[in-house]
Design a protein around this ligand. Structure first.
Ligand code: NAD
Ligand code: DAU
Length: 341
């Protein structure tokens, strides 16, 4: 059932529920919130894997294969639901450089269509966004992003996420759509597509290939376990203040080289057993996020505070689930090879 002191959520729509964070969120809700029923809307792009939620009870989770840009589909599905938790997006920076149009369509138009449907059917919307909307920080800048930081996106991906956030803010203020936004830092954990940094390196080692580091490896990311992000999204969706943005992070900044060496060490490889490849154009230098507002207002805290333990658990998951990731590994690496990465 819904929460005692907030929005009662009993029937929710989760967009992008066959992707990495969306599927972890659906699994979290099924495990931790027994009265809640979930309708997943997912277009099943290359990034989706329906197997990530296929073992969940059908009386709790229903999958609707469809596009959030399809207004008539949203008009059919949304009525009768208390909230939409909106994860669906094209999410990979490198792909946004190769094909930005798909990002404008899915991330900007998709969020616009959802906002219109939430407005028409008076459904609450939680919009899942990213710390990348704030651009990047210099490596030696002691600052962290906060909710008041200016929007300064630098990649086509982050520009479309920033655009979708602005639409949510405008629809909340002008049309009174009940909405919250969260901007989270880099997630890691199970069910992440092997195109992303952590699973790419782990699965490279597992298939006997060398990990690939972009440029100097000095770029810094602020890592959070996906389960901590999912708990934060639930807290914000049920108890966050309408119209507000909350930043989500576990204060765990590491350079890419540090994370890669951690993976190599935990997998029993030599610290230099990797290749340096072509850098990402416009590569953001450093993300660092201050989650104080979320901690202060909603009492959220990360539970996974030891990155080495979280990486160990993630390595063990990929070792145990080759059938989940192996079918897409070759095509992913072929795409990277074509880009010199
Ligand atoms: P992902 O690429 O693993 O999954 C995205 C899912 O959305 C896929 O299942 C895909 O099929 C679906 N989808 C895409 N376009 C769709 C459309 N038009 N209609 C219906 N479904 C569609 O992404 P992820 O890493 O799980 O990210 C989820 C969300 O969280 C994104 O909005 C992303 O911007 C945000 N985010 C991600 C991170 C991270 O570290 N991965 C951090 C902060 C925020
Ligand atoms: O900060 C939140 C963002 O984190 C999310 O909004 C995005 O959806 C998510 O993809 C992630 O973006 P990044 O671009 O930071 O993640 P990615 O996994 O692509 O890369 C992490 C860092 O590692 C980045 O500095 C690029 C580098 N990298 C990446 C790959 C795939 C490498 O050095 N080698 C690689 O093979």
């Amino acid at each position: 059932m819904g929460e005692k002191n907030g929005r009662a959520l009993e029937r929710i729509v989760v967009t992008g529920g066959c992707g990495f964070i969306g599927s972890n969120f659906v699994r979290h809700v099924v495990r931790e919130h027994p009265g809640v029923r979930v309708t997943v809307i997912d277009k099943l792009t290359y990034a989706a894997n329906p197997a990530s939620i296929a073992d969940l009870p059908p009386e709790r989770v229903r999958l609707v294969v469809g596009d959030v840009c399809d207004a008539s589909l949203l008009d059919r599905v949304l009525p009768g639901h208390d909230a939409v938790i909106h994860f669906a997006a094209e999410s990979h920076n490198d792909n946004s450089i190769a094909d930005p149009g798909a990002f404008v369509r899915n991330n900007v138009d998709g969020t616009f269509r959802l906002l219109e449907a939430c407005r028409a059917h008076d459904v609450f919307l939680h919009h899942v966004s990213t710390d990348e909307v704030y651009g990047d920080l210099a490596l030696d800048d002691p600052a962290r992003f906060s909710e008041g930081s200016p929007y300064r996106p630098s990649s086509p991906y982050s520009a479309t996420k920033a655009s979708s956030d602005l639409l949510v803010r405008a629809w909340a203020r002008t049309f009174g759509v009940r909405a919250t936004i969260s901007c989270c830092s880099n997630n890691y954990g199970p069910y992440q597509n092997v195109e992303k940094f952590v699973p790419r390196q782990i699965t490279n080692v597992l298939v006997g290939a060398r990990p690939r580091l972009y440029g100097s490896g000095r770029n810094v990311r602020d890592w959070i376990h996906v389960e901590d992000h999912c708990r934060a999204v639930w807290e914000i969706a049920t108890r966050g203040r309408v119209g507000e943005t909350y930043l989500v992070a576990a204060r765990s900044e590491r350079s890419n080289l540090e994370v890669l060496r951690l993976i190599l060490e935990r997998m029993g490889r030599d610290a230099d057993d990797f290749d340096v490849v072509r850098d990402r154009p416009g590569h953001d230098r450093r993300y660092a996020v201050d989650p104080s507002k979320l901690e202060r207002e909603l009492g959220w805290r990360p539970l996974h505070t030891n990155l080495a333990e979280g990486i160990d658990q993630t390595i063990a998951w990929y070792r145990a689930h080759p059938s989940w990731w192996l079918p897409t590994k070759r095509a992913t690496e072929a795409r990277y090879a074509a880009r010199g990465q």
